[in-house]
Design a protein around this ligand. Structure first.
Ligand code: MG
Length: 258
């Protein structure tokens, strides 16, 4: 299923998208899409609604240095033996088409194309890697926008990764997808910048979920960013940045000055 969250004349709803691109229709869902889905009977043409970030998470847990080629381009020797965790605030999340706003205090803001995992079960805590995939609701595209200069000068990453609008996700959540070997790409104004594959992940999705769940309870809708492949680079005001993942479509955001 392709789960969307959308704005319509009567408010905001989750829905299930059917069909292709602009010809798609959205079947509105009552409440949230976790557990058994209940349809309201209302249907919308894609052209008559606006897609929002497909979820509003309680937290965004991110993994750093999880592709060897990205570790190398950042000047590192080898990926960490254990996953490297950091958090983005929920207020950084924006949806497809929403602008990334460059903070005035940074001279270099980079794109990072990443596969995002959406948790679907209540209270995922201390789960094994073998059981981890059962806690997945679905997947979407993400951009781990990063103020690279502040990341280096601050010594830790909260400010560099946490500005409002620094976590675009979308355009929807695909619930049935094998993510073992998907192409992950980033384009800036149509120029290919990143072109990796999820098969290059140092720590697998199952390993990451298990690892994170030993530390903090994962709630329905929580988002896990799985790291970025090589090719990260700056985005500047006026540009448009797109993250595409096989089977998940394309997440596009304009870049605006503060
Ligand atoms: Mg990243």
């Amino acid at each position: 299923m392709r789960i969307v969250r959308f704005a319509h004349p009567q408010g905001m709803s989750f829905g299930v998208a059917e069909g292709i691109a602009d010809a798609a229709t959205v079947a509105q869902v009552e409440g949230h899409p976790f557990g058994e889905i209940v349809f309201t009977g209302q249907r919308w043409a894609m052209a008559d609604i606006r897609l929002l970030s497909p979820i509003l998470p309680s937290k965004v847990v991110c993994i750093g240095k999880n592709y060897a080629d990205h570790v190398a381009e950042m000047g590192g020797d080898a990926p960490p033996e254990q996953p490297l965790l950091f958090l983005k605030p929920s207020t950084a999340v924006i949806g497809p088409g929403d602008p990334i706003r460059l903070p005035a205090v940074s001279r270099q803001v980079d794109h990072e194309a990443e596969l995002a995992v959406i948790i679907g079960v209540r209270g995922a805590r201390q789960i094994s890697a073998e059981q981890a995939m059962a806690s997945v609701f679905g997947y979407t595209c993400a951009n781990d926008v990063t103020a690279r200069d502040l990341q280096k000068t601050d010594g830790q990453w909260t400010r560099a990764k946490g500005f409002d609008s620094f976590c675009p996700i979308g355009p929807w959540i695909e619930t049935d997808l094998d993510v073992a070997d998907l192409g992950v790409r980033c384009e800036v104004d149509g120029e290919l910048r990143q072109d990796g594959r999820t098969s290059q992940l140092v720590h697998s999705v199952a390993t990451l979920i298990s690892y994170v769940s030993q530390v903090m309870t994962l709630l329905p809708g929580d988002v896990l960013l799985t790291g970025t492949p090589a090719g990260v680079g700056p985005i500047t005001a006026g540009q448009t940045v797109s993250v595409s993942i096989d089977g998940l479509g394309t997440l596009t955001n304009p870049v605006l000055a503060a």
